[in-house]
Design a protein around this ligand. Structure first.
Ligand SMILES: Nc1ncnc2c1ncn2[C@@H]1O[C@H](COP(=O)(O)OP(=O)(O)OP(=O)(O)O)[C@@H](O)[C@H]1O
Ligand SMILES: [Mg+2]
Length: 223
């Protein structure tokens, strides 16, 4: 793989809270289509790193590049646009909108990205099939099981056709069998679309869907 295949690069990222350096100079590169597991003890800085890479949080020092573009060089609107179009998130507690149906939840980020209606409907219907939720398309989130909710979140993440998915303990709230099925779904759907994945997990089993594991401790990566 050559350097033009790098989709995410962080250089010397530092994030402080008060005097504490939560991220103490992180360097990481992720290639297109690469799946990286991020592991480390509670409080090590995993979510903070993911949030800095995804533009949810801003580092105090260092740089994040997405497809070669440095995020801090962008204005607010440009940053919001690039985040909406190129990065999707999957969270431990699903973060579905409770008053929207399965279909509407999947469609929502596409609406924000102004994907035309016909294209939205086409993508939603393919995604419902792909995640096995066609029969639940009109259900509300609180009518779904945890595994079903996370499958909706996976479909929602894929709908905008991102280059990168950042998943913060996506199976942390699921039993191990359901969690494994969701992970297989994430693996298959990101692989077929060449989407890069950073997967925060505490589970050795979950890392099996990834190409490599990166360990973080006290805000530093260990090789
Ligand atoms: N807004 C904040 N203000 C102060 N400290 C914070 C804030 N957010 C996170 N921290 C601290 O930063 C450290 C790293 O937090 P982070 O959430 O990145 O850990 P984590 O590796 O994701 O842990 P876990 O596995 O428990 O999710 C923790 O000690 C946490 O208390
Ligand atoms: Mg965390």
């Amino acid at each position: 793989m050559d350097s033009s295949d790098i989709i995410i690069q962080a250089k010397q990222l530092v994030r402080k809270y008060g005097d504490r350096r939560i991220l103490a100079g992180i360097d990481i590169k992720v290639h297109r289509g690469e799946r990286v597991a991020l592991m480390g003890p509670s409080g090590a800085g995993k979510s903070t790193l993911l949030n800095c890479i995804g533009g949810i949080d801003q580092p105090d020092e260092g740089q994040v590049f997405l497809g070669g573009v440095e995020l801090s060089s962008l204005g607010t609107d440009q940053l919001a646009k690039i985040r909406r179009e190129q990065i999707s998130h999957i969270f431990q507690f699903f973060h579905l909108l409770p008053t929207l149906t399965v279909t509407e939840n999947i469609e929502f980020p596409m609406l924000l990205n102004e994907v035309p209606e016909r294209e939205r409907k086409k993508r939603v219907s393919l995604l419902l099939k792909e995640v096995g939720l066609e029969s639940r398309r009109d259900a509300l989130p609180d009518e779904l099981s945890g595994g079903e909710m996370q499958r909706v979140a996976v479909a929602r993440a894929l709908g905008v056709e991102p280059c990168v998915i950042l998943a913060d303990e996506p199976t942390g709230n699921l039993d191990s069998r359901t969690g494994q099925l969701v992970l297989e779904l994430i693996k298959e759907t990101t692989e077929s679309r060449n989407i890069a994945l950073i997967l925060v997990t505490h589970s050795e089993t979950a890392t099996r869907i990834c190409h490599r594991i990166v360990h973080i401790e006290d805000g530093r990566l260990k090789s």
